[in-house]
Write a new protein. Structure first.
Length: 93
């Protein structure tokens, strides 16, 4: 998993310590590293689960993690990265 690899390399699973470097990597790295980092952030947005928790637990985990992403203003960068990954240009929409 991208999350495990990135959290190991940064030496933490604390979201407040993980999210800022991930956002920086999305801006300045090659496509492979950006994609891996985007997968890590998407895993965070899913509550650091594979979606296999009972519904109420999954919802609670996703809320907490979405709030952490929002505190770091991650949504605009996530949207740009997804657009880049999908090969879409927002100006064309």
């Amino acid at each position: 998993l991208s999350f495990a690899r990135i959290s190991d390399s940064l030496g933490t699973e604390d979201l407040n310590a993980l999210i800022p470097p991930c956002l920086e990597v999305l801006e300045f790295s090659n496509q492979y590293i950006r994609t891996d980092t985007l997968l890590c952030l998407m895993h965070i947005s899913l509550g650091c689960t594979l979606g296999d928790l009972p519904t109420l637990e999954l919802e609670a985990a996703m809320r907490v993690h979405a709030a952490a992403l929002a505190r770091h203003d991650a949504m605009p960068m996530l949207a740009r990265s997804l657009d880049f990954l999908l090969g879409q240009d927002m100006n064309a929409l």
